[in-house]
Structure formats: C-alpha cells, structure tokens
Design a protein. Structure first.
Length: 389
C-alpha cells in the first residue's frame, strides 16, 4: 500500500467515523472505533479495558441486532459488523445480516466467511476468505482478515501463515491484532524450527507489548516452546537466545534458563544443560527450589565432563526434598548414570538399560538414563581413542 493510498484511506476512515457520530447516532461503525480503541489499551496492559470489553461487545451486539436496516446500505457499517465478529462478538447478532440480499455480494461473502470461521467451519471459511486480498480492504478490518487467513492455512503451509501474520501486523499496527499476530508468529516459527525468526518475533513482542495482559503467559510459553521443541540443540543455537533472554523481565530469566537446562539434560545435550544451568544461577532473582534445580542440572551435566569427583559429590549433595516432584526421578537417573561411569557394567547389564539399578521411576527418568548413559559411553570412547572431548 503506497503512502498516498494510506493517507486517503485514513482520511476516508475519519470522515466516515465523524459522520457516524453526527447527531449522537451509535452506529456499528462508531461503536467499532470505541471497541478497537479499547482493545489497543488491552494490548498495552490496561486491565480495566480488559474488564470492560465484554460489556462493550454486548452493547454492540444489541445495537447491531436492532439497527435500522438503512444502516446496512453503508458498506462501512457492514465492515464494522465483520470486524465485530472477528473481535470476539457473538455471531448470532450478525447471522441474519449475512443472509440479507441488500448487502453487496463481496461484503456478504466477508461476513459469511467471518461467521464460518468463528463457528469452527474452517473449510467453508477458507473457501470464502482464502482468496481475499486483505490489502484491498477497509483498514479497520484488513488486519483481522489477514490474521484469520493465517490461522486457516497454518496446518498446511506454515511459511504462508507467517507471511500473513506479518501482513496483519503491517495493516493493524499497535493494537490487539498486532499483539496477537506476534504471539502467534512466535509459536509458528518455533514449530518451523526457525530459531532466528522465533527469537526476533519474541524480542519484538517483548519490546512492544511487554505490559500486555497476555505477556506473562507468553513468557512462560516461550521457555516451554524452546524446551519442548529442542530449539537449543547445541551451544551455537543456545546462544542465539542471548538477546531474547536479555529482553525478558528480570524475574523471568531464571525460569527461562532452567526450562532449557532441564530439557537439554533429559535429551543428553549436556553442554547446553550445563551452560543454561550456570546462567540460571547467575540471575539475581530466584528461590530455594530454583537454586536447587540449577545446581542439580549443572552438576548432572558436569559429571560427564572434567572434574568427575567434585561433580559427583555435588550431585549426591542435592537434597531431593528441595526439588519439584518431576525432578526427583530425574535426579535418581542422573545419580545412577554417574555412579556407573567409573566401573564397567555387570555382564548382563547395559549402562543404558532402564532396569539397571531400579532408579528410573518414570518414563522421563528412563529416557534420561538412556541419553545420559549414551553420552557417557561416547565420552569414554573418545578418551579411549585419544580424541578430544
């Protein structure tokens, strides 16, 4: 969209909004302006705005259901109804409108597509909205349509989904559409294992929407996504998250590093586990449980490197009572592997056998035993053959 087209569109938007306000008329268009202003405040963390949103959506639903039929002769009001549905408004308020023959065919298609989407009829929604060029739509609506289009293609074409999310952000900057698009882009980029885009999107979100009411949950999900998808496979990938970690709230950084360290330890990525544990302990905020976790993960990783005796002592000194329940079995698995590093296995046992020692109490403990044992065996093989670690 050229700068001239953008200015014309903005001027048209203002004239339409002013006309809708004239004489105190609460048209769908005027009410949409209030709703989108409210949602922009939500994106910046205004809890009062978040609490007020349901009432505003209800009032707009009532106004749409009881609107003078002549209002729907104005495309702007129809577009407002579409945006209302895509903003979380109840679809029943606009369902009769979608069957009206008095509405332009293309606008009726938009409205039916929006209704199909919110009602979970994704194939129908894709048929109705998939071919729409969001760049040609009313700016009050364009970003939302691009966002919905991205969701509809996500399972089939993640690259296209990300492109549409970027478009949604460009068409609706600063508000809840951009905030939601960035949150979604972080998730999709992670699923694509695109670490660079994942970290860039997360940093952009934290720089622009750190006060959003959704930000706290997002910070937790960022760490969980890195751990769950194994995005820090090695130290090179791990250090790609340095800028992201620096953008996190100070009191969230320790949890971020601990999530990565634990996942790496379970997966046998001991260099990443040790580095992340060390950085977790360097953070200024944390409690006794987090301290114990950081010391445990670090010692378990180091026991496979230099300083075996000291690391084993540190590992054995960990008080299991200070660890969360899921870590107790992991501690037993790590101790089991560490105890076997300096002695050959019995004839009928393999160090990687989950039954050996009976210390792996659950599936995760079993997998940790296997991965750590494999790492230990690989290290022993390198030493035996005179190769560097």
């Amino acid at each position: 969209m050229t700068a001239r087209r953008l200015l014309i569109a903005l001027a048209t938007l203002f004239i339409s909004w002013a006309g809708a306000r004239a004489g105190g008329v609460s048209s769908p268009l005027a009410m949409l302006a209030d709703l989108q202003n409210l949602q922009a405040k939500i994106a910046q963390g205004d809890k009062a705005a978040y609490a007020a949103q349901p009432a505003m959506l209800h009032d707009m639903a009532v106004a749409i259901a009881n609107a003078d039929p002549d209002l729907w002769k104005q495309p702007d009001n129809v577009h407002a109804a579409v945006a209302f549905v895509l903003s979380g408004g109840p679809p029943r308020a606009v369902a009769p409108l979608a069957e009206s023959e008095g509405i332009d065919k293309e606008d009726r298609q938009l409205l039916r597509g929006a209704l199909a989407y919110v009602l979970g009829r994704e194939e129908e929604a894709q048929n109705l909205l998939g071919g729409v060029d969001a760049r040609t739509l009313d700016l009050r609506l364009a970003g939302q349509v691009a966002f919905v289009q991205s969701l509809l293609v996500s399972s089939r074409d993640k690259k296209k989904s990300v492109e549409l999310l970027d478009l949604a952000r460009l068409l609706a900057p600063g508000g809840l559409v951009e905030e939601a698009a960035l949150r979604r882009e972080i998730l999709v980029s992670g699923e694509m294992r695109d670490v660079d885009r994942f970290t860039l999107s997360a940093c952009q979100y934290l720089n622009r929407f750190s006060k959003s009411i959704y930000a706290e949950n997002l910070v937790r999900s960022i760490a969980q996504t890195v751990a769950r998808l194994g995005l820090a496979e090695n130290l090179v990938d791990f250090h790609k998250f340095d800028n992201l970690a620096a953008s996190l709230p100070v009191d969230a950084r320790r949890g971020f590093y601990l999530a990565i360290s634990r996942a790496a330890l379970v997966d046998g990525k001991v260099a990443v586990a040790e580095a992340a544990a060390r950085l977790s302990l360097a953070q200024p905020y944390g409690d006794r449980i987090e301290d114990a976790r950081g010391k445990f993960y670090g010692a378990a990783a180091r026991v496979l490197g230099d300083g075996y005796e000291q690391s084993l002592a540190e590992l054995n000194a960990i008080d299991a009572k200070q660890l969360p329940k899921p870590d107790v079995a992991l501690l037993a698995a790590a101790r089991d592997v560490a105890s076997r590093l300096r002695s050959p296995p019995p004839p009928d046992e393999s160090p990687a056998s989950p039954a050996a020692g009976g210390t792996a109490k659950n599936d995760e403990g079993v997998m940790a035993t296997i991965h750590l044992a494999e790492t230990a065996l690989a290290r022993s093989d390198r030493l035996a053959n005179g190769r560097p670690q």
